[in-house]
Design a protein around this ligand. Structure first.
Ligand code: CO
Length: 210
């Protein structure tokens, strides 16, 4: 049963209001988050909690293996709303080491529908075959693929027409790639931030498979 969750919700709401009586009243009228988080659905990677942000501060999109596929209407709707209406200044793609989605993508077995969803990860693995095979099989190789997947999704976001329109209007908008460690709760910046068309083009040239 889930009744205990309702009880936990009551306690949470009361605690928030105790600290800040106007907390919910303020949020009713508007949300003005500066960040869009694109992360994995994994229950161990809770977006707001990891960066210690309150309701109203983070716009969140999560799916299996933190993908940003250019044909996915769900992701695209979130991205468009975040950029055009909320006018977020940062889009952060957040992967995590030990991602089950990433591991499933390349385990060589058939799983059904999820195989289609995870297809972009197999493409990324194929593009970086030499680099990945130079690493020891297992954790090292999968963790590197988790990082490469994030960087590939950063590239997808940065390729998007809404992003280019915002840059064209001279708006401040940065696309970041992070990876989260389940072991210690720490995030690592993968240093693949893109803040302009020029940076996107050089990122594209640099990330082409060698
Ligand atoms: Co995951």
């Amino acid at each position: 049963m889930v009744k205990h969750l309702i009880g936990k919700n009551r306690a949470w709401s009361a605690a928030k209001t105790r600290v800040d009586p106007d907390f919910f009243r303020r949020l009713v009228n508007q949300q003005t988050p500066e960040y869009l988080w694109i992360g994995c659905s994994d229950s161990r990677v809770p977006a707001n909690e990891i960066v210690d942000l309150d309701p109203g501060e983070l716009f969140v999109h999560r799916n299996v293996a933190n993908l940003a596929p250019p044909q996915d209407a769900n992701y695209l709707s979130v991205l468009q709303y975040a950029i055009e209406v909320l006018k977020v200044k940062h889009v952060i793609v957040v992967g995590h080491y030990g991602c089950g989605g990433v591991a499933t993508a390349v385990d060589g077995r058939r799983h059904g529908l999820i195989d289609h969803w995870l297809h972009p990860i197999r493409e990324t693995a194929a593009e970086h075959k030499a680099e990945l095979e130079a690493l020891s099989e297992g954790t090292d190789r999968l963790n590197r693929l988790c990082e490469l997947n994030v960087m590939r999704q950063v590239r997808n976001v940065a390729a998007d027409v809404f992003v280019h329109e915002a840059w064209g209007e001279g708006r401040e908008l940065a696309i970041h790639g992070w990876v989260y460690s389940l072991n210690n709760g720490l995030v690592t910046d993968l240093d693949c931030t893109i803040t302009s068309v020029e940076e996107y083009e050089s990122f594209l040239a640099a990330s082409l498979p060698r």
